[in-house]
Design a binder for this molecule. Structure first.
Ligand SMILES: NC(=O)c1ccc[n+]([C@@H]2O[C@H](COP(=O)([O-])OP(=O)(O)OC[C@H]3O[C@@H](n4cnc5c(N)ncnc54)[C@H](O)[C@@H]3O)[C@@H](O)[C@H]2O)c1
Ligand SMILES: O=C(O)C1=N[C@H](C(=O)O)CCC1
Length: 269
């Protein structure tokens, strides 16, 4: 047991944090060696198992990331963009794998990961599930096979607490569609239509976001032409799919050279 790779979970009390802790502690391929929460959070200083309403796990939630990272081989991080940028520098200092599930990262956040990736392995994806990563490849292939007579729209739905839009997954799918078409998403992205928007511009890739209830995550990629429509769909009903993917990414990353990777690399897609 002591030789299994030691993993840390940041954002331990979050929806994904708790799912990751359950996934790691029920796996026979890794062990949980630390949990991090933000300073001032009421879980800090307490046993994480008891915080989650179960028996003690012997892991005390900490707000001292450098000390916790020093005991681990990898950190799995589903928190928020500014926190993730800080964790990337700390993971690089500790020389451990950084698996990033955090979405809503803007260009300047992503640019700040580059120096960390010269010293450590970073695996980042807007969606860590096998199904969505397969759908991403399919989207790229379908987009490559069709011309701009086929309008591409990405429609996503998530729970009422989600803070970023379009979702990281929707952006991944949009990037794949743009890549298939041989264009840059920045040039063709059309998000947040409202009011008199004018007719749809040929070649644009549109995004629409629905927020409500406890929806785990739903994505449609629509290819709409005159007289016919193709819809590629992924429905997530359990956050365990993201946690399983993240655990797989952490274990895969432990043997790799420093650099930036994604789930396509991990899954060999
Ligand atoms: N890539 C994927 O497969 C995938 C899947 C699900 C969610 N997500 C993303 O993961 C992120 C978290 O989602 P969630 O639903 O768990 O959110 P959440 O709000 O439930 O959890 C976020 C947690 O991060 C903690 N946190 C924030 N700043 C921190 C800091 N500086 N130090 C330590 N902890 C800190 C918060 O206290 C909270 O517990 C979001 O960006 C979401 O979009 C990605
Ligand atoms: O619950 C969330 O938040 C999710 N975020 C990711 C995204 O932005 O695509 C993955 C799905 C769930």
């Amino acid at each position: 047991m002591a030789d299994l790779p030691g993993l840390v979970v940041t954002g331990a009390s979050g929806r994904m944090g708790q799912m990751l802790i359950r996934t790691i502690t029920s796996s026979d391929r890794a062990r949980l060696v630390g949990c991090v929460e933000r300073s001032g959070h009421d879980w800090v200083g307490r046993d994480v198992g008891e915080c989650m309403g179960g028996p003690a796990m012997g892991v005390i939630v900490s707000d001292d990331a450098p000390t916790v990272f020093a005991k681990a081989q990898a950190v799995i991080d589903f928190t928020a963009p500014t926190a993730t940028v800080e964790f990337a520098a700390l993971a690089a200092q500790a020389g451990i794998v950084h698996v990033i599930g955090t979405t809503g990262m803007e260009g300047d956040h992503i640019a700040q990961l580059t120096p960390a990736a010269t010293r450590a392995v970073i695996v980042r994806a807007g969606n860590m599930s096998l199904g969505v990563n397969l759908l991403t490849r399919l989207t790229q292939k379908v987009a490559a096979a069709l011309d701009a007579d086929w309008d591409i729209e990405v429609v996503e739905a998530h729970h009422r607490m989600k803070v970023d839009a379009p979702s990281g997954t929707a952006l991944m799918l949009g990037e794949a569609a743009a890549q298939g078409r041989g264009v840059s998403l920045t040039d063709v992205r059309d998000s947040g239509r409202d009011g008199i928007t004018g007719a749809r511009k040929r070649g644009d890739i549109g995004f629409a976001a629905i927020r409500g209830g406890d929806v785990v995550g739903e994505h449609d990629v629509i290819f709409a032409a005159d007289g016919e429509r193709i819809v590629l769909r992924h429905l997530a009903t359990d956050r365990a799919i993201f946690a399983r993917g993240a655990l797989r990414a952490a274990l895969w990353g432990i043997g790799q050279k420093p650099g930036e990777y994604d789930m396509m690399d991990v899954l060999g897609l």
